[in-house]
Design a protein around this ligand. Structure first.
Ligand code: 5GP
Ligand code: ZN
Length: 130
């Protein structure tokens, strides 16, 4: 028999959900440019930025979407938004303003099933969104 595939090790996403991209980033096992490295949250640059600042903020624990995060309680949703504010301060866009977006579910345009706040700024945002 051959050796087990590397992804089957116990370190695979360090108790996150195996094969969840953002669990992998939160565990440091998938490369990303980290902006804020918090205790329960982590912020990193979006690989396909839609604005001069485009940072994603996620809880380290796997939660599928913002609705589940609201139901879970425990202050994690507050922390996520607090981390988004920290990102805005670090990026120098607190005074000019920014947009926080939670795409949720199919029609909301969510493509990664681990809740993430998009923090977008550095240019005027348009409305309505597409
Ligand atoms: P959603 O469409 O779920 O609201 O947002 C997912 C975001 O994740 C997209 O903006 C997309 O560009 C970003 N994304 C997808 N794959 C990666 C990746 O491997 N690394 C990073 N940093 N961002 C990613
Ligand atoms: Zn996850």
């Amino acid at each position: 028999m051959g050796a087990p595939a590397p992804r089957a090790t116990s370190a695979h996403y360090d108790r996150g959900v195996p094969d969840c991209l953002f669990c992998g980033i939160a565990a440091g096992q998938v490369p990303a440019t980290i902006v804020v490295d918090g205790k329960r949250t982590v912020a990193f640059r979006d690989v396909n930025p839609q604005a001069p600042t485009h940072v994603l903020v996620v809880p380290r624990d796997h939660v599928p979407d913002v609705a589940a995060l609201a139901v879970a309680g425990g202050g994690l949703l507050d922390e996520l938004v607090g981390t988004a504010r920290e990102v805005a301060a670090a990026e120098g866009i607190e005074a000019t303003g920014y947009r926080i977006v939670f795409n949720t579910g199919r029609d909301g345009g969510q493509t990664v099933g681990h809740v993430h706040a998009h923090v977008l700024g550095g240019r005027p945002m348009t409305w309505p969104p597409g």
